[in-house]
Write a protein that binds this ligand. Sequence first.
Ligand SMILES: Cc1ncc(C[n+]2csc(CCOP(=O)(O)OP(=O)(O)O)c2C)c(N)n1
Ligand SMILES: [Mg+2]
Length: 377
Amino acid sequence: MPKTATRQKTETNENSTNGAAAKTVSNTKNNSGVTDKVNRKEAQTENVSRKKHQTDSIKRIEPKLLKEMLYQMVLGRYFEQKCAEVYRIGKIGGFCHLYIGQEAVGIGTIMALREDDLVISAYREHVQAIVKGIPPEEVMAELYGRAGGIVGGKGGSMHMFDAARGFYGGHGIVGGQIGVGTGMAYAQKYKGTEGVTLCFFGEAAVNQGMFHESLNMAALWKLPVIFICENNQYGMGTSQTRAMSISSVAKKAEAYGIANEFVDGMDVLAVREATERAIERARRDSLPTLLEIRCYRFMGHSMSDPGKYRTSDEIKKYQERDPIVLFRSSLTDAKIISDKDYEEIENRAKDAVEKALKFADESPLPDEKELFTDVYA
Ligand SMILES: Cc1ncc(C[n+]2csc(CCOP(=O)(O)OP(=O)(O)O)c2C)c(N)n1
Ligand SMILES: [Mg+2]
């Protein structure tokens, strides 16, 4: 199993100024005033119901695809864990937002798409870019700022982009991509491609005007766009409960007459099923959907997050609901995979990440003359 728990512990310890501070943070209230102690029993009950759902769903999906979904989740986890590791030794610079804990969202949604469908996202996008088909080597080289990166090493962590593979970024302005994604769906409709656009954003972006203007136009013009709100419950260090007057994002879609669903982001198959319903609505009826997918990031907002706004117990509470552990367990119980198969999946993922690191290390820095190419402003 990927070592999330160990890593998170390290980060929590590193981020505390001293041992005493770490003790104070643990078991106290988070910044929304909610005491959030680990309740193993509660996690177990929730996982039993998730597992029941997965056991039913598994019967309707090809085993090969199920295994590939698990592989992509494990690959995403290892990729991001390695990013954290090499970031700490200075191989990656600048902002770096990791996806650890949220894998079920990117994998459950993007793997339900057709190859010619489009994806646009915010800055927590390394794993989504890989699932959409950008080779891990080119994502890692981009993180290293090397010429072999997917945008020649000039974009870095927040700007993965590959128009040929239908991945339109990587955007650092919170909510900015929602307008662009709506426009992409407009173009798909105008050209009659029957393609759909998946537009990812965090729950903090919902407070931006761009979200509301885009939903209004998407509904009015009947655009094949699927708005995916990855509700990980925090915008940097601010709990959603302190920033949003009505916490249900899905409900906000109703104001614009847009179909919406609240989805369990720890259950990759629930995510896939909700996305399939939205894709059908977009492709068949040319109508938008908003999915609010509730998840949790196990790491800080970015690699430089001091992490003092939530308790270590709150983090543990969600780690008890790790989407990879759950999916592996469901596939094992359904006899789709054995322990040996899982070991192979892990080794394949580890090899892919090692290959990506080697490629990035060996890739040269961009040529100086590249400084003035593709510069628009
Ligand atoms: C317009 C704008 N305002 C503020 C910021 C600073 N900022 C960067 S990330 C972030 C929080 C966004 O949180 P959310 O949308 O929930 O996404 P998450 O990081 O949780 O994935 C903020 C406020 C920004 N990048 N752009
Ligand atoms: Mg968030």
